[in-house]
Each structure stands twice: as C-alpha cells, then as structure tokens.
Design a protein around this ligand. Sequence first.
Ligand code: AMP
Length: 218
Amino acid sequence: MRLILVGPPGAGKGTQAVHLAAHYGIPHISTGDIFRHNMKNETELGLLAKSYVDRGELVPDSVTNEMVKDRLTHEDAREGFLLDGFPRNVLQAEVLRAILAEAGTPLDAVLELALDDSEIIARLSGRRTCKNCSASFHVIYEKPTVDGICDKCQGELYQREDDSEAVIARRLEVYAEQTKPIIAFYRTEGLLITIVATGEVAEISQRAIAALSAAVVQ
Ligand code: AMP
C-alpha cells in the first residue's frame, strides 16, 4: 500500500498514521518527525529547518524533496509506505508523482482527514508530544496515564514550539494557501478519499480502513 495522509495540522494525521502503518505493515514516514529529529540532534538539516518549523512556515521545497526522495529509497519503503506531512504543496506533489513514476510504483490512495477550524485549534493547543518517540497526547482528549509522561516509552511530554497560539494561526494559513490545493490535485488524479476526522481515535482508524478497503484493490 502506497498511501498519503493529508489534512490540516491537528487533524490527527500523526496518530492515525501510526495505526494505519501498523495495520498495513508499512513504514510511517513523517517529514515533520524527520525535521524534529534533526533539530533535536542539531544536524545541518535540523539547524536549517528550525527557523522555518518554529515559525510555522514550510521548509524550502529543494531541501524537503531531496530528504523524501532519499527516504523512499530505503529498503523498508520498497513494498509500500505511508507519507504523513508530505506533500504539502502542489510542487511537492508533482515531484513525488515523478519520483514514483520513475520507480514504477504509483500511489494507491490519498486519505484526507477533514476537520473544522474550531476543532483544529482546540486540538493543537492542548497537544503534548513525546520528546523521545514523537507519540502525541492531548491534555483533555487523550490524557497520558501519568501527567507529562509518554505511555509508550516513558519519555517526557512537551508542547511543540509550533503548537503555540500565534504559530498555530500561521500554520493554518499556510495550510489553506499552500497545502489545500493538493486536495484538488489528487481529486483530479482519482486518488482522493475523504473521511471526517471526529470521534475516538479507534473509530477514526476503522473509518479510514473501511474507506481504503472500499476504494483500493490490493
Ligand atoms: P508536522 O509535524 O507535519 O506538523 O510538520 C511540522 C513542520 O515541519 C511544518 O510546520 C513545517 O515547518 C515542516 N514540514 C513538515 N513537512 C513539510 C513539508 N512537506 N514541506 C515543508 N515543510 C514541512
């Protein structure tokens, strides 16, 4: 299964990606996680990405496209992958289409998680992320068992710099201006599947898997 998850920041892409990747036995490739990992380790890529990520802007396409191109050549992505957070504009979508066409491995589907703006803001401002494994929790909707500690790896939970109110507003603008057009792009390609991303995490995963089973012949 070659799958892309799209949707506004806070729609639950990261959380659903973990479930769907496990269900289909494919790697979860999150460009945001790759950037944050590099920022934490202060690599050259991390230092470059930080100024963009912290302001809610997109990291330049040249950098992001190369990073994804390289990641897709790893052995674990040969039979499929789930891309979370990429593509984020039409140019990236075109570059991805060219990479996959050259490899003879086209996408199977693009799953859109749809959510209202008011819900997005509530979700993002309460989000807490594990410093160690990137799992995400929520102070109201998905509390960890012990306050401030990740249930999965016992890592420390923190609020992402870009989950502050001012940066959330900018990320929503960037989504509306730059990322939303890829929805029409994939609709035209006949790959788009949209589900409503409200409800319990498990319920949304089931909705996603049902929609994918109905649309994709495996
Ligand atoms: P995310 O974890 O997907 O919300 O991504 C966090 C931040 O990483 C974004 O706000 C961007 O600054 C950067 N980023 C992630 N994916 C991309 C991408 N495909 N293109 C450019 N920047 C990205």
